[in-house]
Design a protein around this ligand. Structure first.
Ligand SMILES: Nc1ncnc2c1ncn2[C@@H]1O[C@H](COP(=O)(O)OP(=O)(O)O)[C@@H](O)[C@H]1O
Ligand SMILES: [Mg+2]
Length: 271
């Protein structure tokens, strides 16, 4: 597996009807190590370009300049078969789970269809236990959830559903844009734990986007700090957070709340 952004820039707008020009991302290099599963955190305040980066990684947005490479090949030049393989291998958890769902599909359909489309199961009956296991893994009760429509779930439940769907597909890379922003602290710990467990159990890599430095510290190997569309600092997460080289990172670290003693992260130290 290899995933890379090579000197990527994204400019929005600037056309006659497209609103003012805005350079959302500039000169970004990003590379997930291909030899071992890896968790990369992308942090930065609102508007720093994090979501734009995830859309590039997911093939939802074409870079204005530079390249997005999968297995060393530009994804925008892939043939249909390679594109399908890439779309299965790189899965998403979005910030706004409501927007990502078809409102007329019940939860069971949202899990069973991808299981069939991506060949995890041949029939709906075969897919059912996979869907149930995925829901249980994120703390949702299958019996109470499967027959519901998205609007009948809370924001936190919808977000967990998206995590469940992504986990079920066992992607090589999971791109998660603020995946726990709508759940409470204890559930946040549970979801993040299951995400990092997936790395050890399935060898999945994770791109974890957040404005929350504390959770980045808890689960990531490396960190990239974004500001105004640029990477201001990157490296090993412990070194960057304990000894920030850039003033902006120091500000983010200083803004961290004290560690929550009710959450057991399985770590002995906190920043
Ligand atoms: N489709 C778009 N059209 C115009 N501007 C956009 C669009 N998407 C994002 N932007 C702008 O690009 C910048 C980065 O946005 P975004 O990537 O969403 O940041 P973040 O996720 O870090 O909050 C912001 O200034 C935002 O307003
Ligand atoms: Mg965002």
């Amino acid at each position: 597996m290899s995933l890379e952004l090579r000197d990527v820039g994204v400019t929005f707008g600037g056309g006659l009807f497209a609103g003012p020009r805005k350079q959302a991302v500039r000169g970004v290099k990003l590379r997930l190590p291909s030899d071992a599963p890896h968790i990369l955190a992308i942090v930065g305040e609102s508007g720093s370009g994090k979501t734009t980066l995830t859309r590039l990684l997911l093939g939802l947005l074409r870079p204005t300049t530079g390249q997005m490479l999968w297995q060393g090949r530009d994804i925008w030049g892939l043939d249909r078969a390679s594109w399908t393989a890439y779309r299965r291998a790189v899965q998403a958890i979005f910030q706004d789970p409501f927007g990502a769902y078809n409102p007329v599909y019940r939860v069971d359909r949202m899990l069973i269809l991808p299981a069939l489309n991506f060949g995890l199961a041949k029939t709906a009956d075969e897919a059912h236990p996979l869907a149930e296991a995925a829901l249980a893994a994120v703390g949702l009760r299958p019996a109470e959830t499967l027959g519901r429509f998205p609007h009948q779930l809370s924001g936190g439940q919808r977000q967990r559903l998206m995590v469940a769907r992504a986990m079920m597909l066992k992607p090589q890379v999971l791109v998660a844009d603020e995946p726990v922003s709508m759940v409470d602290a204890s559930l946040r710990a549970t979801i993040l734990e299951s995400l990092s467990r997936l790395r050890t159990e399935t060898g999945m890599s994770l791109v974890y986007v957040t404005h929350d430095l504390a959770t980045a510290y808890q689960i990531a190997d490396t960190i990239m700090v974004m500001r105004n569309g640029e990477v201001v600092e990157e490296g090993d997460v412990v070194s960057v957070i304990r000894a920030p080289a850039h003033a902006y990172t120091s500000e983010l670290v200083a803004a961290l709340p004290p560690p929550d003693p009710t959450i057991d992260w399985g770590l002995e130290t906190s920043p």
